[in-house]
Design a binder for this molecule. Structure first.
Ligand SMILES: NC(=O)c1ccc[n+]([C@@H]2O[C@H](COP(=O)([O-])OP(=O)(O)OC[C@H]3O[C@@H](n4cnc5c(N)ncnc54)[C@H](O)[C@@H]3O)[C@@H](O)[C@H]2O)c1
Length: 289
């Protein structure tokens, strides 16, 4: 999408619309629409409940832990594990790290999400307090330099850093490279940076998405819902593009609900249905209270 808008604009006439998979992609597209720069309508697949509640949370939660374990083979039980960002991905990572027996800290910049993490039973604190006590620090923010030079200066010896959010910008790797007096690779996907005071910081997968670099990404059993959204939204876009403006649209609720129904059916799980009496009761204001 970015290339089409920046360098291949001659192709734009043939594009009727798009569908966007990721959190960060949707943020960028909303910014383009806000500036009037977006040249075709886009459906924000990431915003579907059958996408972010499952892929971002359970998919990223599991595959991130998988990447960390495959890369390091360090025992999680009893380790202090900091998750940076308590969004959908961060929630999943924190939940699975706790399940593996780690003592989980969450850092956030959003009060509501920080509060949620506190009530979920996680320790919440600023990064400068988390850094000196963490054995693992994993980012999932979509933001840049959330782990930066002042944090490297106070990190515990042997701290393992990984990113499961966006691209390779969440950890300030150029600053870490500049600080290091020696760098070597003790195992695949692990870069060991020695600092002037002798402490070591270990960066996984060059700071790129650790679940893709050191593991296999999400299992198909959760990506199926994300890609069902992609397919059904492409079909919707094909049918409705003539009436859509150059904006970012949510996934139609009917598509989201249909995917949830199909997923349950595929898992062999049946649920109850409202009776006529219950439907009438739930939609009435005259009965009850
Ligand atoms: N690894 C994967 O396979 C995978 C899968 C899905 C999404 N993603 C990516 O992961 C990132 C996060 O996605 P999400 O759906 O959880 O997003 P989200 O918007 O739900 O959550 C991001 C959270 O990070 C917080 N944050 C931002 N800057 C911060 C900072 N400096 N310190 C602490 N917290 C900070 C925000 O307040 C927010 O709560 C995105 O870049 C997304 O594209 C990766």
């Amino acid at each position: 999408v970015s290339e089409l808008h920046k360098t291949r604009r001659e192709l734009l006439d043939n594009v009727i619309g798009g569908t966007e998979e990721t959190t960060t992609g949707v943020i960028r597209l909303r910014a383009m629409a806000q500036d009037g720069a977006l040249q075709f309508p886009v459906i924000a697949v990431n915003d579907a409940m059958t996408k972010h509640l499952f892929d971002n949370r359970y998919g990223t939660g599991q595959s991130t832990l998988d990447g960390l374990i495959r890369a390091t083979n360090i025992l999680m039980a009893g380790k202090v594990f900091t998750v940076v960002g308590y969004g959908w991905c961060g929630r999943g990572i924190a939940m699975r790290a706790r399940g593996a027996g780690a003592n989980v800290i969450v850092t956030e910049v959003d009060s509501m999400r920080a509060l949620e993490a506190v009530m979920e039973g996680f320790r919440v604190m600023p990064m400068h307090e988390a850094a000196p006590q963490s054995d693992f620090i994993v980012t999932a923010t979509g933001d840049k330099n959330v782990i930066d030079e002042p944090h490297f200066a106070i990190m515990k010896d042997g701290c393992v850093l990984a990113n499961s959010g966006h691209f390779n910008v969440e950890i300030n790797i150029p600053a870490l490279e500049a600080l290091a007096v020696h760098k070597h690779q003790p195992r695949a996907f692990v870069d060991d940076f020695e600092l002037p005071d002798g402490r070591r910081i270990r960066l996984l997968g060059e700071g790129r998405l650790v679940n893709l670099a050191a593991a296999e990404g999400h299992p198909a059993a959760v990506m199926d819902m994300s890609f069902a959204n992609q397919a059904l939204c492409a079909q919707y876009m094909f049918a409705h593009h003539a009436t859509l403006e150059n904006k970012v649209y949510p996934v139609p609720t009917d598509i989201d609900l249909e995917i949830a129904r199909f997923k349950l059916e595929a898992m062999g799980i049946r649920i109850d249905a409202l009776s006529a009496e219950q439907t009438a009761y739930l939609s009435s204001w005259q009965e009850g209270t």
